[in-house]
Design a protein. Structure first.
Length: 210
């Protein structure tokens, strides 16, 4: 799987957030995108995922030399961010059951197995809305990483995670996502442990970090 960015720009009114971004991401592999707050990291991931439209340029997905149709690559992509909320009025068991109606997992995943992945005791009837921000982000990451897909976009994955949970995140990422194309956008240096190539976004442009 390969993602190609050709002169991608995104503007709001007359202000450009991204301007003429070029680059390629080849899977399997792990890439990092860094930059100051407001530099356009999240905007770029949203544009790649199709959450927002870009203003100019093109983003294409390839299998070998064959360009993939939108329906095909959308089924292969997962986008995770702490601002994408879980369904708040479900229990954890209900959330997992509901999620399974729409996406497959890369491993057999019963509720008990999901608790093992999270390294939790059963919260039973506790609603998601009563979970802490860190607990919700942990569930978000587990669902995203374990979903059957070939492209995984992670925006600020360690947000709200304590030291133990950050260690858990990296163990899970290495164990379950080593064959995916992963792009991580973050300001936290610790999020880039698995990254093989890093890019910097500055003044709307994207540059490789050497």
């Amino acid at each position: 799987m390969r993602i190609s960015l050709q002169n991608v720009s995104k503007r709001y009114d007359l202000t450009y957030i991204l301007k003429g971004v070029n680059g390629e991401f080849q899977g399997p592999g792990c890439y990092g995108i860094q930059g100051r707050n407001g530099s356009g990291k999240s905007t770029l991931l949203k544009a790649i995922s199709g959450v927002i439209d870009f203003s100019e340029g093109s983003i294409a997905f390839y299998e070998g030399n064959a360009q993939l149709a939108q329906k095909v690559w959308r089924d292969e992509l997962i986008f995770s961010a702490p601002y994408i909320l879980l369904t708040q009025d479900f229990t954890l068991r209900e959330l997992l059951t509901f999620y399974k109606e729409f996406r497959e997992f890369s491993i057999p995943l019963s509720y008990e197995a999901f608790l093992d992945v999270l390294e939790w005791k059963d919260p039973k009837q506790k609603m998601i809305k009563h979970f802490s921000s860190g607990m919700q982000q942990r569930v978000n990451l587990a669902l995203s990483i374990l979903t059957k897909s070939r492209i995984l976009l992670l925006d600020e994955p360690s947000s709200y995670l304590d030291t133990h949970a950050k260690e858990w995140f990296h163990r899970l990422l290495v164990k379950e996502a080593d064959q995916k194309l992963i792009i991580i956008a973050s300001n936290d240096e610790g999020d880039f442990q698995e990254v093989q190539q890093r890019f910097q976004i500055e003044s709307g442009r994207m540059y490789p970090v050497t």
